[in-house]
Design a protein around this ligand. Structure first.
Ligand SMILES: Nc1ncnc2c1ncn2[C@@H]1O[C@H](COP(=O)(O)OP(=O)(O)O)[C@@H](O)[C@H]1O
Ligand SMILES: [Mg+2]
Length: 284
């Protein structure tokens, strides 16, 4: 699937105001410029209320900018055309599971695309395999699954639409560490092996830095930084000002630098960090 077409999404000076011109007016996004390259894995981070969900909803045209514009491969598109290419997994997507079996639930989207029964069955099988669920899960009620399995079943329903870009709103929220790992690994695999673009909304810096190619940082509706994980890791001060937690391994290196240790930029991987610290201590 390496040669498949993947969409490029461009946000130009995008602003979004809820209830404009009323006392309840809220500026959720302000002048956001951001381009998502085809097949990119982007993490969108920021604290609660920073505009992550609002931005995500612009990517699949669920919301339209109140100023500025969004382009898909350089074009304005109607919402239904966008949604065939860009899928959005809302927060706690498993709350919307409704069918008697997991397979039926996953089949819902592809069936609505007007695919034939064998095509739908094929999509369901593939989507469940992508999220690591097998035949034995497919036949069960969604409610008979564990929390992590239920989340993955819901994500299978989104992936069964075979989008070019999948946008996920806090897909690890409320899962234990194992559940989080499974979800993040499946997104990484989907991106690496099938070239599907991923936008991951999270407030956990560690997830963003470990899995994304690029991290976009939102604060009060403004994009304050977008760069590769190395670039973002080098700005722990900015992360804190955005209300984000700096991973402990980065914090240790930051404090050592402040105390005069000649470290280059911090590493996220603990072993790599230890190695850099050792080298710097041995030299000094
Ligand atoms: N449907 C809505 N109606 C009114 N205000 C909203 C709505 N959705 C979000 N907001 C406001 O927009 C701002 C950004 O919210 P949101 O995009 O949900 O942030 P995040 O996902 O980062 O927590 C917040 O001030 C929030 O209260
Ligand atoms: Mg949100």
């Amino acid at each position: 699937m390496g040669g498949a077409v993947r969409v490029r999404v461009t946000l130009e000076r995008v602003s979004h105001r809820f209830f404009p011109g009323t006392p309840r007016e809220t500026v959720a996004l302000e002048g956001v410029d951001l381009e998502l390259a085809p097949g990119e894995f982007l993490a969108l981070v920021g604290c609660t209320g920073s505009g992550k969900t609002t931005l995500l909803r612009h990517l699949n045209a669920q919301l339209r900018p109140t100023a500025g514009r969004v382009r898909w491969d350089g074009k304005a598109l109607p919402a239904d055309a966008v949604r065939r290419r860009v899928a959005l997994a809302e927060q706690f997507p498993e709350d919307a599971l409704f069918a008697d079996t997991v397979a039926e639930d996953v089949a819902f989207g592809p069936r609505n695309l007007g695919l034939s029964a064998p095509q739908v069955a094929d999509r369901v099988r593939r989507a469940l395999a992508r999220v690591g669920l097998g035949e034995e899960h497919a036949r069960r009620s969604p409610f008979a699954l564990s929390g992590g399995e239920r989340r993955r079943a819901a994500l299978a329903g989104v992936l069964a639409m075979e989008p070019e870009l999948v946008c996920l709103d806090e897909p690890t929220a409320g899962l234990d560490w194992r559940g989080c790992g499974e979800v993040l690994e499946l997104l990484a695999r989907l991106n690496r092996e099938e070239g599907v673009g991923v936008v991951l909304v999270t407030h956990r810096m560690e997830e963003a830095l470990r899995f994304a190619h690029r991290v976009a940082l939102l604060r009060s509706g403004r994009l304050v930084l977008a760069g590769d994980p190395e670039t973002v890791l080098a700005r722990p001060d900015l992360l804190r000002r955005c209300g984000l937690e700096v991973p402990p391994v980065v914090r240790v290196q930051e404090l050592l630098i402040r105390r005069g240790l000649a470290l280059a930029s911090p590493a996220l991987d603990a072993a790599a960090a230890a190695q850099r610290i050792l080298r710097a201590l041995e030299v000094g």
